[in-house]
Write a protein that binds this ligand. Structure first.
Ligand code: GRG
Length: 270
């Protein structure tokens, strides 16, 4: 568990969760929070990283992507073996839900809001979200997917947990429906932009820069690059970023960090 959870990574999902909590808490106040962020918000955000970490540990197993390298280090099963990695990943799923519930309680959220945050976390992780997307991804290996199928796959596999990160933060902050819906629309857009950038990096960056071995071509996966070409994929990613920023504006959310994160998901180099 320690190897999978504390081994680095960009921590994007917790950052989104904390940023959403702040954006929902300071509704309309530009430039950030006037209220200090309680430690329990960071504890809450850790629940997203726990799910993400388990998904990477299992994704790297030989029965899935069979990867040797992650975050510049040997993958968990290469260090601790497959059986230990299976168990360590599995234990993180209920632990993440309990972590979210405990953090919401520490924040003084209403019981219903705590349950709604845990439900958002689990729905984003489950069959309608990340696990369903992974299943579509595995089923798609060696098959040519169409544009709509590719969007559907990645909205689930990558986008659902990124969106859940924002919703969990918003629900815990007691956000209005308007703010919550705006953050959901923002999450859906940056989720796709993030995945398109991932496909571009997989096609163009070195293993050294990425901290993992590019694998899409080797696994014969349909990607935004294989389907649309590099230039059109990059244009689509930029359009999604514009859409994300528009969603914030329409919901009246003034959040410089969320604006910056939307740009970051496509400008990042790993
Ligand atoms: C049993 C079908 C089945 C699934 C189990 C393994 C799994 C659940 C899901 C895998 C989901 C997965 C690997 C999604 C990929 C998401 C993604 C783009 C990961 C890379 O995220 P970054 O770049 O990684 O945020 P860092 O290292 O920065 O944290």
């Amino acid at each position: 568990v320690r190897h999978g959870v504390t081994g680095g990574g960009k921590r994007l999902r917790p950052i989104l969760c904390v940023s959403a909590w702040r954006a929902a808490t300071v509704r309309g106040v530009p430039g950030g929070s006037e209220r200090a962020t309680p430690d329990a918000v960071y504890d809450l955000s850790a629940s997203l990283e726990m799910i993400h970490a388990y998904s990477l540990m299992h994704d790297d197993l030989p029965c899935m992507d069979d990867a040797e390298l992650r975050r510049g280090r040997p993958t968990t099963h290469r260090v601790h073996g497959e059986a230990v990695t299976m168990r360590a990943g599995a234990v993180l799923i209920p632990a993440a839900a309990l972590q979210a519930l405990a953090a919401c309680r520490a924040l003084g959220c209403a019981e219903a809001d705590g349950r709604a945050a845990a439900r958002a976390l689990l729905e984003g992780s489950g069959a309608g979200g990340m696990v369903g997307g992974q299943w579509l991804d595995l089923r798609g290996e060696g098959r040519a997917l169409g544009p709509d199928d590719l969007d559907d796959l990645h909205r689930r596999k990558t986008g659902a947990l990124l969106t859940a990160s924002l919703v969990v933060g918003a629900v815990a902050a007691g956000a209005t429906d308007r703010v919550r819906d705006g953050l959901t629309a923002y999450g859906r857009a940056i989720g796709l932009a993030f995945q398109i950038a991932d496909d571009i990096l997989d096609a163009t960056a070195s293993a050294e820069a990425l901290g993992k071995n590019p694998s899409d071509a080797e696994l014969d996966k349909s990607t935004y690059v294989s389907l649309h070409g590099l230039a059109d994929a990059a244009a689509r990613a930029r359009a999604e970023v514009d859409g994300a920023r528009g969603a914030l504006a329409r919901a009246g959310i003034a959040s410089p960090p969320l604006e910056a994160l939307a740009r970051y998901v496509v400008e990042r180099d790993r």
